[in-house]
Design a protein. Structure first.
Length: 558
């Protein structure tokens, strides 16, 4: 249960896997275990794996708790909690030599500590779903967490029938033996523990959104659910229209009315939004789009991860218009760049896209250090008569929202003049195109700054891992152990060429790691004159474990 996370540290960590059928409450059970470790002061990462089924199949969560920050799972498991036979059948081979299996003896045959969950549920008249509470109670006894501490966490997290759940957990707690002693993390303290989707939602709120509009689509749906649950307290509108086309058009209506608005979707839904995206570009109506990727094309792998929509996000929509595309690689960045996306979209009157994926969106993480959100830039006052598309030196026209007495505020999807009146006069068309181009150039200059590219690992190492988005978590751990540099662009459009050039100083070999079949980031850096020497690509919908990626990286270092 001790692993060498870097050359300088020998930190305590634990990996726990809980598995069962869809309907057994595996994701909720994983969150309870994550919360217990967080209360003990550990950094936590939780990966959830589930098929696109309402019932049946095999669901499991891997919870990794460590003294230091973690953003990926391990191949080895210390504790397996089995609510069905498939769990030991599929995962017992990953159990570490000193590991333990805790299982429902009524359904599972395995070596370890068994409890008869139906017997416990019958004793306390519990529902079948409360079987996950029972196995968590047994797990807590096995690892030596005192019951008074367990009861506080479970009582806080289990709002429905909390007393019955506590009775069931207490009964299971008393039916197993302690097998180890997991103590509080030295110097640790409880940290915020939320999913990536929740961190994105909080970031959108910090950026000042007035509304969030979405049609549920895995893996972005968590943002909709979270913001809907707090809409009243947050003072925002949360709307679920009938389709993704309705989502983007309704959002642009909000934008025209002067309301800051964000939408969320995945690849298939974003396909339907692309005409609205182009409308945003031509009409200069700001909107924020959260695009959480999953395996494609078409319906693809609805519940698994991918990084194959990068180029799509960078080029979606017909015609040419400025946009912002950012790809946070941690929950702290997800919070920060979600807020920044709102502010930048409204400052420059452009669409802004936040690229996430299943690993980041549905993963559960403790925050390391939430960055401060800078104050938004307030636009200048307008001149009367109002020109919606006034040709300013930086290309940014003074914004105004209706109703304003005596002013006409006209937006237009056609080529238009300064007032928004449709025109096909070549001189006016060119003037408006060049206005939008100057906006692109101004945005590029403003964003090519420290923070646009993350540098990690050994910052002066001659061999670098190139990555983006959620893959960075596992890349950082591998780089630290292997003595490598990590270069991870966050701003994708407009690409921060100067910051990337600075990050590349002294790099003699570059290995791209990406969850795609083609290594899409390689095509972006090629425009800047850089080429990856090797690519490690994964496209089965699953994220790399630390050990898996380390072995693949070693193969390119020989």
């Amino acid at each position: 249960m001790r692993y060498l996370l870097s050359e300088a540290e020998n930190l305590i960590e634990y990996s726990v896997l809980i598995g069962g059928k869809a309907g057994d409450g595996i994701a909720q059970a994983g969150q309870l275990i994550s919360s217990l470790f967080s209360e003990l002061g550990y950094h936590v990462y939780q990966y959830t794996d589930y098929p696109s089924l309402i019932r049946g199949g095999h669901n499991f969560c891997i919870i990794r708790a460590a003294e230091g920050p973690v953003g990926a799972h391990r191949s080895g498991i210390d504790f397996i909690l089995a609510l069905d036979q498939k769990t030991p059948d599929l995962h017992a081979q990953d159990l570490n030599a000193d590991g333990t299996i805790i299982f429902d003896s009524s359904r599972v045959k395995a070596s370890g500590q068994g409890i008869n969950i139906p017997d416990i549920l019958n004793l306390h008249q519990g529902l079948p779903i409360m079987g996950n509470t029972a196995i968590i109670g047994a797990f807590c006894r096995c690892i030596g967490i005192p019951w008074d501490r367990v009861s506080v966490v479970l009582g806080k997290k289990l709002q429905k029938e909390s007393e019955k759940n506590l009775d069931i957990a207490r009964e299971a707690y008393g039916r197993v033996k302690q097998c180890t002693d997991v103590t509080a993390c030295p110097g640790g303290q409880p940290r915020p523990l939320l999913s990536g989707n929740e961190w994105i939602g909080i970031g959108l709120l910090a950026g000042g959104i007035d509304a969030y509009i979405a049609y549920p689509m895995t893996p972005s749906s968590g943002i909709l659910h979270y913001l809907a649950s707090i809409a009243g307290k947050a003072g925002i509108d949360v709307i679920h229209p009938e389709s993704e086309i309705a989502v983007i058009l309704m959002a642009l209506g909000y934008s025209y009315a002067g309301k800051k608005v964000a939408v969320g979707t995945s690849g298939g839904g974003f396909c339907l939004m692309t005409e609205g995206l182009s409308l945003s570009g031509m009409a200069e109506l700001p909107v924020v789009i959260v695009l959480s990727q999953r395996g494609g094309p078409s319906t693809g792998l609805p519940t698994y991860t991918s990084q194959s929509d990068l180029l799509f996000a960078c080029h979606a929509g017909q015609g040419e218009f400025p946009r912002l595309v950012v790809a946070p690689g941690s929950v702290d960045e997800a919070y920060f760049w979600s807020a920044q996306a709102v502010q930048i979209a409204w400052q420059y009157q452009i669409p802004a896209l936040i690229l996430s994926d299943k690993t980041l969106s549905e993963g559960i993480f403790t925050s390391v250090s939430l960055p401060e959100i800078p104050a938004p830039i307030i636009p200048d006052d307008y001149a009367s008569p109002y020109m919606r598309y006034a040709d300013m030196p930086d290309g940014i026209s003074p914004p105004l929202s209706p109703p304003v007495p005596g002013e006409v505020i006209k937006v237009n999807s056609y080529a238009h003049d300064l007032f928004g009146i449709t025109t096909e006069e070549p001189e006016v068309v060119v003037e408006m195109i060049e206005k939008r181009l100057r906006k692109s150039l101004h945005l590029a200059s403003a964003l090519d700054r420290p923070g646009a590219v993350c540098i990690g690992g050994i910052s002066d190492a001659p061999v670098a891992i190139l990555c983006w988005g959620s893959v960075r978590g596992v890349c950082l751990e591998v780089a630290q152990s292997a003595g490598l540099r990590v270069i991870s662009p966050i701003v994708m459009v407009p690409f921060p060429a100067l910051e990337f050039k600075s990050a590349m100083k002294g790099v003699l070999k570059m290995i791209l790691v990406e969850d795609s079949t083609t290594g899409q980031l390689s095509q972006i850096i090629a425009r800047e004159g850089y080429h990856a020497d090797a690519m490690i690509l994964r496209y089965d919908g699953r994220p790399f474990s630390v050990e898996e990626l380390y072995e693949k990286i070693r193969g390119h270092l020989k």
